[in-house]
Design a protein around this ligand. Structure first.
Ligand SMILES: CC(C)(COP(=O)(O)OP(=O)(O)OC[C@H]1O[C@@H](n2cnc3c(N)ncnc32)[C@H](O)[C@@H]1OP(=O)(O)O)[C@@H](O)C(=O)NCCC(=O)NCCS
Length: 323
């Protein structure tokens, strides 16, 4: 008997305001055509003034609880992946815990930027497999609009706000790749690359700062490292790209998504793509894509899903799971 962390529900939340590419044409030397052709992004959602990461995370969590037919009191732990928490402390996760009316268990944030949801899923899996928790609410939520330099055309057109949530619950499996649940994970980071993607402020510098990025360099690392980590996660369970029903990649740039799929030997028909509608929502992008992919009827029970992401750090990783 093997304990598996199985998906019990998924949900998401997107703020009401949709900003099409054309809106940037009024203030910046850019065009809808440039943004679409270089990134695949057509629009993004932006949080309302005063709307916070924990607010969006709570809404996504409620949608996932509804999808699972569970109450917040059924949850043992919350892990929230974010780089844009409401406050320095307490964690956004404990704020969500309170909003959901959950007074037992524990909650904490994970910060691995765009790879945050992969790190959070891996931690949730470890808590379940070790018997520490039976049901874990794993959330990715971001308000990157607050750390974007809106005068920098090379970054501001790429990001958006949103939240997604997944509930993992303990179940007995046979210990084979036919089991539902998380089957393998691969995590990596390399702090030598901090200068190619970072925010130039923070608590100890007493500024909020803005996102800074060397896009071409990040792009180069992304395709190579994402294909490599997804392959490693599959190799750990004796599988290859040919066994995968759906790749659910971090949604940063359609050219990175397509380049990675090609390296994995997978056609785009087996890739869940939401980047055109959401832009890059950092740690929220994978749970958003999982939720939308399920809603569209793409991801079904029993499908083998591989998720992969890379972001500031650099930090990157992949999780293979059977839905
Ligand atoms: C940012 C990115 C879309 C730029 O695309 P690119 O094809 O690499 O373009 P370059 O950076 O080479 O820039 C080409 C030109 O377009 C210009 N440019 C940049 N942003 C522009 C914009 N919004 N509109 C018009 N022109 C723009 C650049 O200034 C550059 O001009 P120059 O040649 O005169 O210097 C691409 O590098 C990328 O997606 N990188 C990865 C980013 C990412 O996903 N990061 C998050 C990972 S978590």
């Amino acid at each position: 008997m093997t304990i598996r962390a199985v998906v019990a529900g998924v949900g998401h939340y997107l703020p009401d305001r949709i900003v099409p590419n054309s809106e940037f044409e009024a203030t910046l030397d850019t065009s809808d055509d440039w943004i679409k052709s270089r990134s695949g992004i057509e629009r993004r959602h932006i949080a309302a003034p005063g709307q916070t990461t924990s607010d969006m995370a709570t809404r996504a969590a409620r949608a996932a609880l509804d999808d699972a037919g569970l109450e917040s009191t059924d949850i043992d732990a919350i892990i929230l992946a974010t780089s844009t928490a409401d406050f320095t402390f307490p964690s956004a996760a404990t704020m969500v815990q309170a909003e959901l009316g959950m007074t037992k268990g524990f909650a904490f944030d994970v910060q691995a930027v765009c790879a945050g949801f992969i790190y959070a899923l891996t931690n949730a899996n470890a808590l379940i497999v070790s018997g520490q928790a039976k049901r874990v609410l794993v959330i990715g939520a971001e308000t990157f609009s607050r750390i974007i330099d809106w005068n920098d055309r090379s970054t501001c057109v790429l990001f958006g706000d949103g939240a997604g949530a997944l509930i993992l619950e303990s179940a007995e499996g046979d210990g084979t790749v036919a089991d539902r649940g998380i089957l393998s994970a691969d995590l990596n980071s390399d702090g030598r690359f901090r200068d190619i993607l970072y925010v130039d402020g923070g608590v100890s510098t007493q500024t909020t700062g803005f996102l800074r990025m060397e896009g071409r360099e990040v792009f180069r690392h992304a395709v190579e490292k994402l294909a490599s980590t997804a392959t490693t996660a599959l190799e750990k369970i004796g599988l290859t790209g040919a066994d995968v029903d759906w790749v659910v990649p971090h949604q940063a740039n359609i050219r990175i998504i397509a380049g990675t799929a090609k390296k994995l030997g997978l056609p785009m028909e087996r890739v869940v793509v939401t980047v055109q509608d959401h832009g890059n929502t950092s740690a929220a992008s994978i749970p958003l894509a999982l939720s939308v992919g399920k809603q569209r009827g793409q991801i079904k029970t029993g499908d083998l899903v591989v998720t992969e992401a890379i972001g500031g750090g650099l930090a990157w990783g992949a999780v293979a799971l059977r839905w």
